[in-house]
Design a protein. Structure first.
Length: 202
């Protein structure tokens, strides 16, 4: 149980770091310009899309989990994907803005929530991330209650870190330059590469 909790917390922290992109900066910008309520509404929309992806992946991955039990080489494929993504994070630059940001975050809370939901749901990388994550977690924790406890901790940790981002937006907004964002992205890339080697030896 302790291992489950710490593993889930680690994934929640890594998740908040890995997805440093336009949504990350939009969240900070929204909190700074529109206030914490709008930023929280946007974030809840994003997290709702995550939850939908998790539920869909859970019910769609039953056959894949049994297949992985017979073919453990899946973990090497996962490690390779993470390694490639880590390289991509290191060599690419952070996109700090989304086109038409002012239209995504409006005065209407429902519209802001819905736009955050769609913005995350239409991201293919998010869908693939959750599919791989759900398969891995289901394989490690086959009991339904253990799986949902794990995912619940991941989402909670992710939300708590996002709350810190929202309420510390003024400090982030002044200090977060393109250069710093790129350095953070490279650092996360290195962490992902190391993590891929860890999975490969698992």
């Amino acid at each position: 149980m302790v291992e489950l909790i710490f593993s889930a917390m680690g994934l929640g922290i890594m998740l908040s770091l890995v997805f440093i992109g336009p949504i990350f900066f939009l969240l900070i910008e929204t909190s700074f310009s529109r206030g914490a309520k709008h930023a929280l509404t946007l974030d809840l929309g994003v997290i709702s899309a995550d939850i939908l992806c998790i539920v869909a992946a859970y019910y769609a991955s039953a056959d894949l989990v049994s297949l992985i039990d017979k073919h453990p080489g899946f973990y090497r494929i996962t490690a390779l994907i993470i390694f490639i993504y880590g390289i991509f994070m290191m060599v690419s630059k952070t996109k700090m803005h989304i086109s038409h940001e002012d239209k995504i975050v409006g005065k209407n809370y429902f519209k802001t929530f819905f736009n955050g939901f769609l913005l995350n749901l239409l991201n293919v990388g998010v869908i693939l991330f959750w599919l791989v994550t759900v398969i891995s977690v289901r394989n490690q924790y086959p009991k339904t209650e253990d799986f949902f406890l794990y995912i619940g901790i991941v989402i909670t940790v992710y939300l708590i870190i996002d709350l810190f981002k929202i309420f510390l937006a003024k400090q982030f907004h002044r200090k977060m330059t393109q250069n710093i964002a790129n350095k953070i992205r490279k650092g996360v890339g290195i962490i992902l590469i190391l993590f891929s080697f860890f999975i490969c030896t698992y």
